[in-house]
Design a protein around this ligand. Structure first.
Ligand code: 5AD
Ligand code: SF4
Length: 439
C-alpha cells in the first residue's frame, strides 16, 4: 500500500506529517511521491492566510480526478483548514473520505480502520495525549523537528492559530529529551524545537521548568551537535534566553523573532503587546552578546489602518535591525479573528506595492550580509548534495544559511566541516572545505 502526503504551511505541519506517515508506516504503507500510484492521499493544510487556504481546493480537484479512475483511492484532509471547517468539508467535497483535525493524530489508527471499511468520517475533537506519539518517520536524516509545545494563548488580532491549534500546551521535558535521544541514536545531529510560542514553554506543567532551562537539558544530550528553535514571541524574549543562547555552545546563532510591523499604532491594533522600541532594545542586546547572531522576522503589510507613515516605519525598522532574511505577507482577514471585524481598508494593489517595496529593501540587505560572509570561516552540517550542482555538497551554517561546498573529498550526510566562504550568491553561499571536524 502506498501513501502520498502533501504538506502546506509551517514546520509544525511538517512535523505532524511525519507523525502521520509514521502511523501509516506502522500499517504497512510506504511513502510515494507519485500521487497517481498511491492508495491513500493525505493533504495537510494551512489556514494562516487566504492563499494557502485556497490551495487546498485546487489540490483536491487534482485528487478527485484520480478517484474517478480508481474508486478505492482514499482521500484525507487534515491540519488547520480541517480543524477550521470540519464537517463542512465532508459535505462540500463528497469524494473526501476522512477529515481530521490538529489534535486527532493520536486517534488516526482507528480513523483509518473505519475509512478502510468504507466509512466517511470527520474528527476535529480536542485530544489529550497527541504529543506522545513516537516518531519513526523522518523526512531528513540529520536534522529533525521536535515539538515542545503546541497551541497559542496570545490572540494576535490577525491570527487564526489560537482557533485551529487551541490553547498552549507544553510537552513534558522527559518526553522531549527521550525523543531527541532516540533521534540522535538514529543519526540526527541537529534538532529544531518547535512551538507557536516557545518562550512560554513550561506553563501548566507539574514540574517547574522554563524554555532556557529546557535548552540546558537538551544541550547536555551526547551526540547532539546543534539546537535551533522557532518561534519566539518578542514580548517574552528575555535576558535569560539571551544568556542561554550565548552560553550553550550547541544552540545556533540564529533567532527568528517576528516583528510583524514597525509602527506602534499597528502593533497595538495587532495586539502584539510590545513597542518597536522595546523590540529593538532586546534585539540589540542579543546582538551585542552574541555577535554572530543572524536574525529573521515575519512581516504583515496592509494591516487595517496601516497608512503610508506606518508602513515607512516598517521599512525603517528593517533598515535598522538588518535581518538576514524575512518572510512578508499581505494581510488577509481570517475567520473568528478580532481583526476580521476591522475595515480591511488597504487595497490589494497597495498591499502588493508595499510588499514589493519591503522585499526589495530586504534583498539589498541580504545581499550585503551575504557578501560580508566572504572570507569567513564557518561550520557547516552536511545535509546532502547541492540541488543545483551534483558535484557540490550542501548544508547550513550555524546562522541557518544554505552553504554549497566544493570538495575534492567525498563528504557524507551528517559530517560537520569547517569551510571558508568564497562567494556570496543571492540566497546561498559558496565555500571550500578547510577542515573536517567530525561526524
Ligand atoms: N494575514 C497575513 N499574514 C498573516 N500571518 C498570520 N496571520 C496572517 C494574516 N491574517 C503571518 C504572520 C505570522 C506568519 C506565520 O504568518 O506574519 O508570523
Ligand atoms: Fe498567531 Fe500571535 Fe500566536 Fe503567533 S503568537 S501563533 S501570530 S496568535
Amino acid at each position: 500500500m502506498k501513501l502520498f502526503i502533501k504538506t502546506f504551511g509551517c514546520q509544525m505541519n511538517e512535523y505532524d506529517s511525519e507523525r502521520i506517515a509514521a502511523v501509516f508506516e506502522e500499517r504497512g504503507y510506504f511513502l510515494t511521491e507519485n500521487v497517481e500510484s498511491a492508495d491513500f492521499a493525505v493533504i495537510n493544510t494551512c489556514s494562516v492566510r487566504e492563499k494557502p487556504y485556497h490551495k487546498v481546493e485546487s489540490e483536491l480537484g487534482r485528487l478527485k480526478k484520480i478517484k474517478l479512475k480508481n474508486p478505492n483511492f482514499k482521500i484525507a484532509v487534515c491540519g488547520c483548514v480541517a480543524q477550521q471547517d470540519g464537517e463542512k468539508f465532508l459535505e462540500r467535497f463528497d469524494y473526501v473520505d476522512l477529515v481530521f483535525g490538529t489534535s486527532a493524530i493520536s486517534r488516526l489508527h482507528s480513523l483509518i480502520d473505519l475509512v478502510e471499511q468504507g466509512e466517511r468520517i470527520c474528527d476535529t475533537n480536542e485530544g489529550e495525549d497527541e504529543l506522545t506519539i513516537p516518531v519513526f518517520s523522518r523526512s531528513k536524516q540529520v536534522s529533525a523537528f521536535v515539538t515542545i509545545m503546541k497551541g497559542c494563548d496570545n490572540f494576535c488580532s490577525y491570527c487564526i492559530v489560537p482557533y485551529v491549534r487551541g490553547r498552549e500546551k507544553s510537552r513534558k521535558p522527559s518526553e522531549i529529551l527521550d525523543e531527541i535521544k532516540y533521534l540522535v541514536d538514529n543519526g540526527v545531529k541537529e534538532v529544531t524545537l518547535l512551538g507557536q510560542n516557545v518562550n512560554s514553554y513550561g506553563k501548566g506543567l507539574d514540574e517547574k521548568i522554563n524554555f532556557p532551562q529546557l535548552l540546558y537539558l537538551v544541550n547536555d544530550i551526547n551526540g547532539l551537535e546543534r539546537i535551533r528553535f522557532v518561534t519566539s514571541h518578542p514580548k517574552d524574549f528575555d535576558d535569560e534566553l539571551i544568556f542561554a543562547m550565548r552560553d550553550l555552545h550547541k544552540v545556533c546563532e540564529y533567532l527568528h523573532l517576528p516583528l510583524q510591523a514597525g509602527s506602534n499604532k499597528i502593533l497595538k491594533l495587532m495586539n502584539r503587546k510590545y513597542t518597536y522600541e522595546e523590540y529593538k532594545e532586546k534585539v540589540f542586546k542579543a546582538k551585542e552578546l552574541i555577535p554572530s547572531l543572524a536574525l529573521s522576522s515575519d512581516f504583515i503589510v496592509g494591516f487595517p489602518g496601516e497608512e503610508d507613515d506606518d508602513f515607512e516605519q516598517t521599512l525603517k525598522a528593517i533598515s535598522e535591525i538588518k535581518y538576514e532574511s524575512i518572510f512578508a505577507f499581505k494581510y488577509s482577514p481570517r475567520p473568528k479573528t478580532k481583526a476580521s471585524s476591522f475595515d480591511d481598508n488597504v487595497s490589494d494593489e497597495e498591499k502588493s506595492r508595499r510588499l514589493n517595496e519591503l522585499l526589495n529593501l530586504q534583498s539589498k540587505i541580504t545581499e550585503k550580509i551575504n557578501k560580508s560572509y566572504v572570507g569567513k570561516i564557518q561550520e557547516v552540517l552536511i545535509e546532502g548534495k547541492s540541488k543545483k550542482d551534483e558535484n557540490q555538497f550542501s548544508g547550513r551554517n550555524r546562522q541557518n544559511k544554505v552553504v554549497n561546498i566544493l570538495s575534492n573529498h567525498k563528504l557524507n550526510i551528517g559530517d560537520i566541516v569547517k569551510v571558508e566562504i568564497v562567494e556570496a550568491k543571492k540566497n546561498s553561499l559558496l565555500a571550500k572545505v578547510l577542515e573536517y571536524v567530525g561526524r
